[in-house]
Design a protein. Structure first.
Length: 415
């Protein structure tokens, strides 16, 4: 396999700023996503995929033609072009650590930022591997440019090796996944696949078969603004109302910082405004979709209690559906996960089924009818300056995808 080519792809992609913009109205929400998409479409055409194109929404599609003569199901591989708005993705300067010798990794752009083995115990298993980080002033962009690089390398390898048996393989790169819009402009008829696999997962050898179900809440708080010099008995400061609202939320439970496993949470993540009006955004998350209604009712009760304390304030809670747990949709197509496990067995490895305390494009795709589990792509600590990827784990994912297309073709070759 061409490990250096995979590395160079990844470095090329992370240097393009594709940060999603939550409040933008268009799709994609940022120009950098269009820039990277154009590059990907050009590279796909360059390796011989003549149908490669970027549509008017920035979504990139292409097909690796079948090499088997019998009819075989079309399968799709998908990753997202955008990066999280939680940490800057502008001017990413990757640090390449070849033959990692172990120990903590200090990031050169901010030496106070350290990727510690204590908090990243998987590093102890990756001695003498190539590790890639940012310089600590930005995220790296492994989420999801590691996935993109893996899919691109897989596509080129399949084109270069027509002896590998496979049916049609659809390539799809979406935009704005990080802000919940990844499949908003995606046409399932254009994908036309039996199953899809997102490459957007942690580490190596994991198959994410469940995700959170998710809603977003917007709490609009209107106060009474007046000049501070004459405010006595007349002003109701919306900022103080917002603070009181947040203070009433549960402590020690229903928080991302105090929960794990299958525990859900209510997470205030954005606040804006002033004395007259404040907008507060919260994430509602649980593996059981029914619990989202319970969380929404908690917010409405909290609003009512806060208005009793501040009678002149008005608080409105609006809930927007985001995505649902992919587990139920995968039950109807057991091959989606079963074949991924079989592919890894053929490589002498054992897959681990995992759950995601978050969502992927696969959550939405599965919900609307295309079974889409999520596979590992070598990324760690996403959305953070502490993000890092392991090149060897990325290459292991390339090998996994190649074995996976063979499984779906019903044939195999001797290795």
């Amino acid at each position: 396999m061409n490990t250096d080519r995979l590395l160079q792809r990844f470095l090329r992609y992370v240097k393009i700023d594709t940060t999603a913009t939550p409040d933008a109205e268009g799709y994609p929400s940022s120009a950098g996503q269009l820039e990277l998409g154009r590059l990907l479409a050009e590279e796909l055409r360059g390796i011989g995929l003549t149908d490669a194109r970027q549509n008017e929404h920035g979504i990139v599609m292409a097909t690796v033609p079948a090499t088997v003569k019998h009819e075989a199901p079309t399968i799709a591989f998908c990753s997202h072009i955008d990066t999280s708005p939680e940490t800057s993705g502008k001017d990413v300067r990757p640090q390449i650590i070849r033959d990692y010798a172990g120990g903590d990794i200090t990031l050169p752009g901010d030496k106070q930022i350290v990727i510690s083995v204590a908090e990243n115990p998987e590093l102890a298993k990756l001695l003498h591997r190539t590790i890639i980080t940012s310089d600590g002033t930005t995220l790296l962009g492994g989420d999801d440019k590691a996935g993109i690089a893996i899919i691109m390398e897989t596509a080129q390898w399949l084109v270069e090796h027509p002896e590998i048996p496979h049916g049609p393989v659809r390539i799809c790169f979406t935009c704005d996944e990080e802000i919940g819009r990844g499949v908003d402009k995606l046409d399932l008829q254009e994908i036309d696949a039996a199953v899809c696999y997102t490459l957007d997962g942690h580490g190596t050898g994991e198959i994410d078969t469940e995700t959170f179900s998710a809603d977003q809440a917007v709490v609009a708080i209107r106060g009474v603004n007046i000049h501070p010099s004459i405010a006595k008995g007349r002003m109701t400061n919306a900022l103080k109302v917002a603070a009181a609202f947040i203070a009433r939320l549960p402590r020690g439970r229903l928080e991302p910082e105090t929960t794990d496993g299958r525990e859900g949470f209510v997470h205030p993540f954005d606040i804006s405004g002033g004395v007259a009006e404040v907008k507060l955004k919260l994430l509602l998350r649980d593996f059981d979709a029914a619990q989202l209604a319970v969380q929404a009712e908690l917010l409405r009760k909290t609003a009512a209690e806060t208005m009793r304390e501040f009678p002149a304030a008005k608080i409105e809670v609006t809930i927007t559906k985001q995505y649902r747990n992919m587990a139920e949709g995968l039950i109807g197509e057991p091959r989606a996960v079963g074949y991924a496990e079989e592919a890894l067995r053929r490589l002498g490895r054992t897959a681990k089924r995992t759950i995601v305390r978050g969502g992927t494009d696969g959550s939405r795709l599965t919900e609307i009818g295309l079974p889409t589990p999520n596979l590992s792509c070598g990324d760690h600590n996403p959305h953070s300056p502490l993000e890092w990827v392991c090149l060897g784990e990325m290459m292991e994912s390339v090998l996994w995808l190649i074995a996976l297309v063979e499984v779906w073709s019903g044939k195999t070759i001797r290795r």
